[in-house]
Design a protein around this ligand. Sequence first.
Ligand code: NAP
Length: 274
Amino acid sequence: AGRKKDIMNRHVLITGASRGIGAAIALAFARQGDHVGINYRFDREGARKVCDEAQGIGVQASIYQADVGNAEQVEEMFSAFIEEFKTIDVLVNNAGGGLKIPEGGFEKMPLSYWNEMIALNLNGAAYCSSFAVKNMKENGIKGAIINISSVHSVITYVKRKTFPYCAAKAGLNMLTKTMGVDVIRLGIRVNAIAPGFISTSATTRYNKEELDAFLRKIPAGRLGNTQDITPLVLFLADPEKSGFIVGQTFVVDGGQSIDGTIDYMLLEEQNGKE
Ligand code: NAP
């Protein structure tokens, strides 16, 4: 897909954009003519590929290495981004995840794991937003910040014992509200998207049995993909379309969180297919 005619020309920074949802978001912005900054922590090759693809579409693109959970690294990333792009119009706080879940119950949870997960999934968004809001204010930009939360900000994920992940994402939803109602005085809109199961490199760790268990919980009867998320990101970034939407978290999960206890496949069998 080539670059669209209605060129947006905005400067967009997407964290955790070397693959998965973040990469899809970066390319969706590029396709509508926005320039993109692609943040990553380890996967330089992945980030490079996304960057090359964006440049191939015809927009300006650069990669920025930084651990979003590290305030100094975030500051350096913003300095580099601002040096190149001068201003920021849209920030997408996408970097996150809940990998490397330790064994055992809450009493066995290493506190280092807690700190790492809160740093990545909550502090990162606060750090990046702080620098973005400063630059937007200085330049009078009525920009947008979009936080990528999770369905596990509203329902638990006790089976995999992701205590800090769920807490951090729930915190991110509240940060979206508190920051949202504050910075709207500057014309900056903050909103969040809470995806359900989205097939990415992060979900290849699940075996067939686990995937089936996920599927059973989703009334829509399928797993999600990155295209289920990207149109809403573009919509929330566009003040012409979503200018009156402030501090909201949109759950995009095929209905999973409406009643997390129902096995929808079993229900269908019991009720008979129509
Ligand atoms: P993914 O495929 O694992 O990609 C994660 C991205 O984040 C990678 O680009 C990774 O880059 C980057 N990253 C990880 N730690 C980082 C750090 N400390 N600093 C900067 N970048 C970092 O994950 P995904 O599935 O696309 O998830 C993206 C977001 O959606 C996350 O916030 C996740 O919690 C949320 N989400 C995903 C799902 C799902 O089903 N996939 C569901 C709900 C919510 P490096 O490898 O270079 O570090």
